[in-house]
Design a protein around this ligand. Structure first.
Ligand SMILES: *[C@@H]1O[C@H](CO)[C@@H](O)[C@H](O)[C@H]1NC(C)=O
Ligand SMILES: *[C@@H]1O[C@H](CO)[C@@H](O)[C@H](O)[C@H]1NC(C)=O
Ligand SMILES: *[C@@H]1O[C@H](CO)[C@@H](O)[C@H](O)[C@H]1NC(C)=O
Ligand SMILES: *[C@@H]1O[C@H](CO)[C@@H](O)[C@H](O)[C@H]1NC(C)=O
Ligand SMILES: *[C@@H]1O[C@H](CO)[C@@H](O)[C@H](O)[C@H]1NC(C)=O
Ligand SMILES: *[C@@H]1O[C@H](CO)[C@@H](O)[C@H](O)[C@H]1NC(C)=O
Ligand SMILES: *[C@@H]1O[C@H](CO)[C@@H](O)[C@H](O)[C@H]1NC(C)=O
Ligand SMILES: *[C@@H]1O[C@H](CO)[C@@H](O)[C@H](O)[C@H]1NC(C)=O
Length: 798
């Protein structure tokens, strides 16, 4: 069953809901004698939230009581009452005030209690109201200040605006977010987000193992989550008094549909519902890398960031529970195909077992036991063989480590960082799993048994948080787009006026033209008018959905848009210093000094790292080139032009056939038509780095099919001989930081490796350039080698 079916089922079951409640009952209240059954629902007075019984899938036999955003068609619960005790078909549930004044879910036929608030109610004259902020409150009918129970005190996986997580020190109540078991089952899962006694936010696995912490509160945000203020417009507050230690946020616009949640795979998310594209957008995630969520793929798996699927079983293992896996519950991970068999061999342990080296550099499994005084890999292996519960060993710089039982948290690292030259992990398999030839031959690549999960990223959209603010009457000229929040829906006439009826053309391309515009308060705009109704609409959606609500200093800011008839306009902040190509390649540009170039390189890397991992399901820009790197007044780099951007898809070969492919920057896997990942941007970025160093187009140095002067090739070779200085842009007149030049050259060569797995991630590139991690000497990419040998045809600009 696909996720789509789940959504459809959900939609059907919820949309069919028509109220059968008495007309006299307030739409937001349950009171004695006025309960809720079947498809009835409560709607908060401001119509933002709805409460009722729902199924996550029409075929599911489980019914829950929950709350969801009333206006979002793809409904997902923000709270559920009875996740652990669902109402099972064919029982029909009823929500009522029980005789003792508590709120309860009853079996409608037998009146047996299925779930109750179990609060200490001092009167049986109570009622429950769905408040405008989504809180469901049980209070005295005569005195609404006498609150006996509220849903905000028992959150599930979502933190709504106005609710608190953390400690009530007077009662000892600890409110925390708990992931759901899977995409359908509302029972609690393994991941929790909570405030520790130490006043830090923590993400935990199985309530004990911490895999992410927020850092301390600095008054505005948690130190390790600075995106909170950058990307997110709600107002966060941390409260620490003698009575409570809590965290909450408020919205500046109460109509905004914002959610802060923890997803079934263990990542904390912030996202928004964006009405024009009718979809949820994830603003950012923590931890940034999915593979850094502890055991996100379950036991005996390997997590590979940017791979599709993300999780693979280790060699000799297959999915423990494909059904749960498909529903997003990977806690069963993978299971051994062939039992080790040593359990029954008494004093001959290990005869039936062999070891399989996991190729590639790996983050070793959680909790290895160091074995001191081992002198060789064979020694280490023997120790592991000697104990039937030993499942893996590793021997290397760190000595001998062995693992017992389940192997958790193995992740493939990229090759470019020196930390990645880690120790090989040897996993223990039954001999039958490994034909002799396999063991003796050197493996190439990573031998993983791929599992079919795919598109699970789409499932992540289930849990989100965000915010949208609309200028209701298109009064954009009174709004303040600079440092403002949200994006503005402009009226066409206003943009016509701002651009003086589209007269001052800044530039253009096959997509259409860009015009300069002015706001009354002297703010300057760049208005992009997309041409070609269909293609224009596609680009429009791509841009709005990718840059719409993301905010990063190194991404050009989308201020707003306009959608009228066939017209599609995008409004950006204006960049006075044009694009990078002007300064690198054109006579009328300024010569950028080296430190500026270095800052631009880091800036672009940061922007891309944010796109790939920081903000949502991985946005691939797909068209990184100097023309799309704009420079603001202080020459800060801003990535622009998201018309080709994709949220991890396979439409790329089509994209290639359109007029906008920029060949000199395209990764080989793109040209060969295979599926592409964010590593295509890494490749293009590498090509741009070469141009930043040389001040010339890479392609301009290829003459009459003679590629010996191809700049990337020269760099790759000269890195080895250490004569990089001579390659730097002569306009700089040798005024460069050679150490930085070498670093940029190495990074550039790593970025253009033929195999995408050899290329670093953009987050790693940032760390290399910041000098946080040393960069190893890169290999000369095969493709470039082929050029020297006179075979193969390298890419060139058209
Ligand atoms: C519900 O909203 C209306 C306006 O939309 C307001 O007049 C009324 O007082 C509200 N009722 C409550 C109980 O807040
Ligand atoms: C509330 O309690 C009183 C006495 O304890 C009882 O007479 C009455 O019927 C109860 N009301 C309801 C709605 O159960
Ligand atoms: C309810 O009251 C009883 C007795 O007064 C007390 O033991 C219990 O802890 C209270 N429960 C809650 C949830 O406050
Ligand atoms: C309502 O309840 C609150 C809290 O228990 C109390 O302080 C207040 O006096 C009550 N008001 C009335 C009118 O009974
Ligand atoms: C989680 O922890 C409990 C003990 O606190 C343990 O019994 C259980 O096996 C753990 N779950 C997993 C999946 O390891
Ligand atoms: C943020 O929220 C806190 C607590 O609700 C409030 O005191 C503060 O004034 C708010 N700040 C802004 C800028 O809205
Ligand atoms: C904490 O609670 C006590 C008792 O309810 C109250 O007197 C005090 O003012 C509270 N302190 C703060 C800082 O709210
Ligand atoms: C095997 O290792 C486990 C875990 O360290 C240990 O509890 C057990 O005693 C060992 N068995 C033998 C036979 O050494």
């Amino acid at each position: 069953m696909t996720l789509l079916h789940v959504f459809l089922g959900l939609l059907l079951s919820l949309h069919a809901a028509a109220s059968r409640r008495g007309a006299a009952a307030a739409m937001d209240t349950v009171s004695a004698g006025n309960g809720l059954a079947g498809r009835d629902r409560l709607v908060s007075n401001n119509t933002k939230f709805a409460l009722g019984f729902f199924k996550m899938d029409s075929k599911s036999s489980h019914t829950y009581l929950g709350i969801w955003f009333n206006k979002v068609p793809k409904i997902m619960p923000v709270w559920s009452a009875n996740g652990e005790s669902p109402v099972i078909d064919p029982i029909s549930p009823e929500l009522a005030i029980a005789g003792d004044g508590n709120l309860a879910i009853l079996n409608q036929a037998t009146k047996k209690v299925i779930w109750s608030t179990h609060a200490n109610v001092t009167t049986n004259d109570t009622k429950a109201v769905l408040m405008n902020n989504g809180n469901f409150v049980l209070h005295s009918s005569s005195n609404s200040s006498m609150v006996f129970w509220q849903s905000f005190d028992y959150p599930t996986d979502t933190l709504l605006a106005g609710a608190k997580i953390g400690w009530d020190k007077t009662t000892g109540l600890n409110r925390r977010l708990v992931s759901r078991k899977n995409l359908i089952d509302q029972a609690p899962g393994l991941y929790t987000l909570e405030m520790g006694q130490n006043r830090l936010g923590h993400l935990l696995w199985n309530s004990t193992l911490e895999f992410w912490t927020s850092g301390a509160w600095n008054g505005r945000y948690f130190n390790l989550a600075p995106e909170m203020i950058g990307a997110l417009t709600p107002n966060f507050t941390f409260i620490n008094t003698e009575n409570e230690s809590t965290f909450m946020y408020t919205l500046r616009d109460d109509t905004a549909i914002v959610q802060c949640a923890i997803d079934v795979y263990g990542q904390g998310l912030v996202g928004a519902w964006l009405e024009p594209i009718h979809n949820w957008l994830i603003n950012y995630r923590q931890p940034i890398f999915q593979c850094d969520v502890f055991a996100t793929c379950g036991p005996f798996t390997i997590c590979r960031e940017n791979a599709d699927p993300l999780c693979s079983c280790m060699k000799g293992f297959s999915l423990g529970s494909p059904k749960d896996w498909d529903l997003g519950d990977r806690s069963h991970g993978c299971r051994r195909n062939t039992p080790l068999g040593c359990e029954n061999e008494g004093n001959k342990p290990g005869l039936a077992a062999k070891f399989y080296p996991v190729q590639g550099s790996m983050r070793l499994p959680h909790e290895g036991a160091k074995v001191p005084a081992t002198t060789s890999g064979d020694d280490c292996q023997r120790i592991c063989l000697g104990n039937c519960s030993c499942t893996a060993y590793s021997y290397g710089k760190g000595g001998c480590s062995i693992w017992h039982g389940k192997l958790y948290n193995v992740k493939q690292q990229s090759d470019a960082s020196s930390a990645a030259n880690g120790d090989t992990l040897y996993i223990r398999l039954a001999a039958a799993e490994l034909p002799e030839s396999v063991v003796s031959k050197k493996q190439s690549g990573i031998n993983l048994v791929s599992v079919a999960v795919g598109a699970s990223a789409a499932a992540l959209v289930l849990v989100i948080l965000g915010l949208v603010i609309w200028s209701k009457k298109g009064k954009w000229f009174t709004s303040t787009p600079v440092n403002g929040v949200g994006i503005i829906s402009f009226r066409y006439a206003d943009l016509q006026r701002a651009t003086n009826n589209f007269t001052e053309r800044l530039g253009g391309g096959s997509f259409g033209s860009v015009f300069k515009g002015y706001l009354s308060d002297s703010v300057t705009l760049a208005v992009k008018r997309l041409e070609g109704a269909h293609q224009g609409d596609k680009q429009f959606r791509a841009e709005v959905s990718s840059v719409g609500i993301i905010q990063h200093i190194n991404l050009v800011k989308l201020i707003g848009f306009c959608c009228k008839g066939d017209e599609r306009l995008l409004v950006y902040e204006f960049m006075p210093n044009q694009s990078l190509d002007v300064h690198l390649f054109k006579a009328n540009g300024t010569v950028l000094d080296w430190s500026l170039r270095y800052q631009i390189a880091i800036g672009v890397a940061r922007g891309l790292a944010y796109l790939h991992t920081g903000c949502r399901d991985c946005i691939i820009h797909c068209d990184i080139k100097p023309e799309n790197i704009l420079l603001d007044t202080s020459f800060v780099a801003k990535i622009a032009d998201f018309g080709m951007a994709k949220v991890l898809g396979r439409e790329f070969s089509q994209a290639l056939t359109t007029t906008r492919g920029t060949i000199g920057y395209l990764a080989p896997e793109w040209i060969s038509g295979s599926a592409v990942t964010s590593k295509v941007d890494v490749y293009s970025y590498g090509m741009v780095l070469f141009e930043i160093i040389s001040g010339r187009r890479n392609s301009s140095q290829v003459e009459d099919g003679d590629y010996s002067a191809f700049f990337p090739l020269q760099v790759a070779r000269k890195l080895l001989s250490g004569e990089i200085g001579s390659l730097v842009d002569p306009n700089l007149q040798g005024d460069v930081n050679l150490e930085e030049v070498v670093r940029v050259c190495k990074v550039a060569c790593w970025c253009i490796q033929d195999d995408e797995f050899d290329r670093p991630t953009m987050a790693e590139v940032v760390q290399f350039l910041e000098g946080v991690i040393e960069v190893d000497m890169p290999r000369v990419p095969r493709l470039l080698n082929a050029i020297t040998a006179g075979v193969g045809s390298p890419t060139s600009d058209t």
